[in-house]
Design a binder for this molecule. Sequence first.
Ligand code: ATP
Length: 324
Amino acid sequence: MNSIILDELYKNLGKYVTSDKMCKRLGISRIAVWNRIKNLQKLGYKIEGKRSVGYILKEEAKDILIPYEIKRRLNTEMFGKRIEYFRLTSSTMDEAEYLIERDENVDGTIIVAEEQTSGRGRQKRKWLSPQGENIYVSLIFKPNNMNVSDSIALMFAISIAIREALSDFGVEDAKIKWPNDVMVGDKKIAGVLVETKSESGVLNYAIIGFGINVNMSQMPEELKDKATSIKIETNTHIDRATLLSNILYYFENLVKMLTKQGRRSIFDLWRKYNNTLGRRVEVITDKDKFEGVAKDIDENGFLLVDTGDDVKKVITANSVRFLQ
Ligand code: ATP
């Protein structure tokens, strides 16, 4: 119902729409319309009402991250055709899993939250997710014909998509750290997480999650030295719905490229945008700890580190730390 009101107001942006017209379109009373308008005002819409004239939307919404605003901006065929929105949730990854369990028809669905109480990174590390300033999203993707080993390519693809969209908003020098961070200099601006389910090597689904620091103007003490936001980098307040729809657009195109041309095409782009290759790193895995120069990624996207004695292949690491 809110979307009918917003459709009507947007169609007449800057002009009054009579209450009668609203009542007729919605089939509800004047009081009921007024209550809904009040809710929209609370969300941040600049709507004014005048007795015996009606309602006017004064300007386009700025940074209201509700499905209606995301959909208005979307330019995709697949991702975002269904949007599940939460003001508060434990984690969009949990919501995605829950949705997949109870609904078959979820391919392309995105789950968006304004705040997460248990946002997570790799290995259940906490992703700080304060309310109303950032982007926390999980995307459900059920590919037709992908292998479980393509999941790194999906992780790289979403990182590249975020990097491209950041550049649209003035953060031009974002780089991707192997395996899953988007960074500006030595500070993290976004994190990416891909969780998958497969059978006999075939990918059933992937949940592609990302958190981006957007309008936070200050980092909390514990992240001050290692995190940044678009606001801190550019000093501008960003419309998150536009940022998100740009990311989905880029990601969809990268997924098409991955499907048509294979993962090598994604890996080449990753190589172009990474900040890891050529640097001296310390790698800690469950079994090992070593230092060396990050030489390249292999045909699976695993990191190849030259320790001087040999070249180690890093499939997964607890930490990859730059030493220079
Ligand atoms: P590292 O901590 O070395 O970056 P990682 O890249 O594996 O490890 P992730 O699992 O991707 O880390 O993300 C979790 C980590 O990111 C947390 O341990 C914390 O250091 C950092 N972090 C948490 N919330 C944020 C945030 N909103 N912005 C930037 N960094 C964050």
